[in-house]
Ligand binder design. Structure first.
Ligand code: HEC
Length: 128
């Protein structure tokens, strides 16, 4: 009797546990990256990533326009990740682009790069 109860409890924990992991995984690029992007990046890069956020007026050079595929598609993921993680100065760009290593995990930065890539016109084609 007791043994059966323990088995049922274990099974429930397994099912609930894997459902939780699945929800977290599927929520990743869909919801989380744009949410962080809105909080941290939109003030400068703008709601559509066009480099026209509220703070952009005061900045020179302007924050990057992520919809500019000609320019953005020539950059590697590694370059974009470094710019986000270490700030603009680390990649030879404006030092007004802050360092995000403290606020965003590597995973979140990768998700944001995927999100930024999705804004490019013409469309970004990964080279592999
Ligand atoms: C205070 C304003 C500001 C904020 C906030 C900001 N950026 Fe920037 N960002 C800039 C500026 C300015 C540049 C550099 C443009 C230049 O030098 O031509 C830049 C450049 C970049 C680049 C480099 C693009 C390239 O051409 O290599 C990336 C990637 C980037 N930002 C991503 C982000 C992300 C992601 C966030 C939010 C986590 C963010 N930025 C928040 C101002 C900002």
């Amino acid at each position: 009797m007791r043994k059966a109860t323990i088995q049922v409890t274990l099974l429930t924990a397994l099912v609930v546990g894997s459902a939780g992991a699945w929800t977290a995984a599927s929520a990743n690029t869909e919801a989380k990256a744009p949410e962080k992007f809105t909080t941290f990046c939109v003030p400068c890069h703008g709601p559509a990533g066009k480099g026209d956020g509220a703070a952009a007026a005061a900045l020179n050079p302007k924050p990057r326009n992520f919809t500019d595929g000609e320019l953005m598609n020539a950059k590697t993921d590694a370059q974009l990740i470094k710019a986000i993680k270490e700030g603009g100065a680390a990649v030879g760009l404006s030092s007004f682009m802050p360092t995000w290593a403290g606020q965003l995990s590597d995973e979140e930065i990768k998700e944001i790069v995927t999100y930024i890539r999705s804004l490019a016109i013409p469309k970004y084609q990964p080279k592999w």
